[in-house]
Design a protein around this ligand. Structure first.
Ligand SMILES: Cc1cc2nc3c(=O)[nH]c(=O)nc-3n(C[C@H](O)[C@H](O)[C@H](O)COP(=O)(O)OP(=O)(O)OC[C@H]3O[C@@H](n4cnc5c(N)ncnc54)[C@H](O)[C@@H]3O)c2cc1C
Ligand code: SF4
Ligand code: SF4
Length: 540
């Protein structure tokens, strides 16, 4: 039976390149790729060779008759994509060179192109891979990460119960082992070393620093204690060192999540998940302890627009509906005919469900906008508007899941509206004149804004590297004025506690081994000092 793509797909399109009959779409060369929720396999063309399944970094591809969750629905979802997007061209005609260009012509003369990358999330690693895997140029990459461990939002954003998705870090690990790769963990560019110092040692800097701020609701009371950005809650349960010390009051029966994208569903799910289930994940121990005493029974998830505009993806919505002990309900009717998009049909199905006595609940409410957070000294309720009616939802916790937002980088032009460093195809550029800022490039969420899944960053980073290499070939990059060894000395002087690639691998091994003892994928170290101790012990 034809293979199918399932929930974990992160759109990195690794499978596209290996399919002998070109039946996985949309490919990065197709227009729909930038908008797609996932990739799909055409059941009419697939020859069951299994090649795609072997290379998928997150185990998202399975045979269509595998005993996987919701497999029947995924067969439908995969097939539906091709009904809605019939392919006019014969198999093979869509295969175009991906933007990933591992050229095979002769290696250029030394010295190597030296590139610094700020950040260690997906866009940083995809950019590093693009540079180091090339055979037409000798490149060296220095990666700086402000935290003692790598991975960005793969470690500190992706929900702990999405363990398969997190395994994409294997791909990053491979890149970090390549010749020419140097890692400085626990080193913040702009604080520990200046941008000028970094650029002096390299031909160029790629900023891949992500989006560590939040979009705001702009309503009265949103900063009352008890009302937080979902980002803070996510970082806390994922063991982000900056958020480990805080806690969340989960003593009220109801929580409200504003926004209905995938992050909203993540936090809603974590709030009502059975602690026994969470105990099998890599959720931070401090969060597990608080969630074990949680009294939250109901999470209301608010969407400003109607169900047809729900911002979450179909696979995430589908998976939500089959969590044990949790009812997923829709407040109000949803109509969807047999030809309606899968997401709307799933919502219509949830709208028909009845509450099960004793179960916890996630209630999706559409067409509802928050107006004001009310409470004496802390959030006690949320005033919302639904058409002409104004309603009050009593709750003890409000999580605002309306988007992450990039923060400005000193010395670089910033687009306030988009929350991105101003750029043209990855080249940092002044918004008024389009003039580029020599030596500076961006990739990932700080380039595009906080949208797109892990794999989206692969093609985003490839575009940036293409621009950088074109500028290098055109002689537009200044040669480094200081030696690589001097940079290592500078880092040691400023951050004697900085860690390297071998330290990261030692911490990774330690966390996994501890996890294995307790039947968990890993037990995270959240304290930088403990990370240093583990790395130090491994080095001896
Ligand atoms: C809650 C959440 C859940 C998600 N779940 C999924 C999922 O299940 N599947 C999926 O495919 N995608 C998921 N995504 C999307 C995915 O995580 C992003 O597409 C991706 O992480 C963006 O990559 P990035 O490299 O641009 O930024 P990030 O991953 O944020 O990486 C940026 C890195 O830069 C570092 N940094 C910042 N400033 C500096 C500095 N000055 N010096 C040194 N280092 C610095 C940061 O510490 C961070 O490690 C999720 C996103 C969120 C927010
Ligand atoms: S994660 Fe990548 S390799 Fe796996 S199915 Fe999705 S696009 Fe294909
Ligand atoms: S099983 Fe083979 S033919 Fe089918 S989608 Fe995967 S690679 Fe293509």
């Amino acid at each position: 039976m034809a293979y199918v793509v399932t929930q974990n797909c992160c759109n990195d399109a690794t499978c596209v390149a290996v399919c002998p009959v070109d039946c996985i779409h949309p490919t990065p060369a197709e227009r729909e790729y930038t908008r797609t929720e996932m990739l799909y396999i055409d059941p009419g063309t697939c020859i069951d060779c299994g090649a795609c399944s072997d290379v998928c970094p997150v185990d998202a591809i399975v045979p269509g008759d595998a005993p996987a969750p919701d497999i029947d629905r995924y067969r439908e979802i995969n097939a539906e994509y091709f009904q809605r997007n019939p392919r006019s061209a014969p198999p093979g005609a869509h295969v175009q060179p991906l933007p990933l260009t591992l050229a095979t012509t002769g290696v250029t003369d030394p010295p190597a192109l030296r590139v610094a990358i700020v950040g260690s999330g997906p866009s940083a690693f995809y950019a590093a891979e693009e540079l180091l895997a090339r055979r037409d140029i000798a490149a060296e990459v220095t990666m700086f990460e402000r935290l003692p461990v790598a991975g960005g939002l793969v470690r500190f954003g992706v929900a702990p119960d999405h363990w398969h998705t997190k395994t994409v870090d294997r791909v990053f690990n491979r890149t970090a082992r390549r010749d020419g790769f140097t890692f400085h963990l626990g080193v913040e560019v702009g604080r520990d070393v200046t941008l000028d110092e970094v650029l002096a040692h390299h031909h160029a800097v790629i900023h891949a620093s992500g989006a560590s701020g939040d979009r705001r609701l702009g309503i009265p009371g949103e900063d009352l204690p008890g009302s937080y950005a979902a980002r803070e809650f996510v970082a806390w349960y994922n063991g982000h060192p900056d958020h480990a010390e805080r806690t969340f009051d989960l003593s009220a029966r109801r929580a409200v999540v504003v926004g209905n994208g995938n992050v909203a569903l993540d936090v809603a799910r974590i709030l009502v998940s059975d602690v026994k289930t969470l105990r099998r994940t890599d959720i931070a121990d401090h969060a597990l302890a608080v969630l074990a005493d949680s009294r939250v029974e109901e999470v209301v998830v608010l969407g400003r627009r109607g169900p047809e505009h729900a911002a979450c993806t179909t696979p995430e919505l589908l998976a939500l509906g089959s969590l044990p002990g949790i009812d997923v309900l829709v407040d109000g009717p949803v109509t969807a005919g047999p030809d309606a998009p899968a997401k709307l049909r799933i919502l219509a199905e949830y709208a028909r469900r009845e509450a099960t006595p004793g179960n916890k609940r996630i209630v999706l409410r559409f067409g509802t906008s928050p107006r004001e957070v009310l409470g004496a000294g802390r959030a006690e309720s949320l005033l919302v508007a639904h058409g002409d009616t104004v309603d009050r939802i009593e709750c003890g916790l409000i999580l605002r899941a309306v988007g992450y937002r990039g923060l400005p980088i000193d010395g670089l032009p910033f687009d306030e509206a988009a929350g991105t460093v101003a750029n043209a195809g990855g080249r940092v550029a002044l918004p008024d004149t389009g003039e580029t800022v020599r030596g500076h490039y961006v990739a990932g969420w700080i380039k595009r804004g906080a949208t797109g899944v892990i794999g989206t960053n692969r093609y985003c980073a490839a575009e940036t590297v293409e621009a950088l290499l074109a500028d290098h070939r055109a002689g537009l990059l200044a040669a480094p004025t200081a030696a690589a060894a001097d940079l290592a000395a500078l880092v040691r002087e400023r951050r004697p506690d900085a860690l390297g690639g071998a330290d990261w691998r030692a911490i990774d091994r330690f966390e996994r081994e501890r996890g294995r003892e307790e039947g968990r994928p890993r037990i995270k170290i959240v304290d930088a000092r403990q990370a240093a101790v583990v790395a130090g012990a491994a080095a001896r």
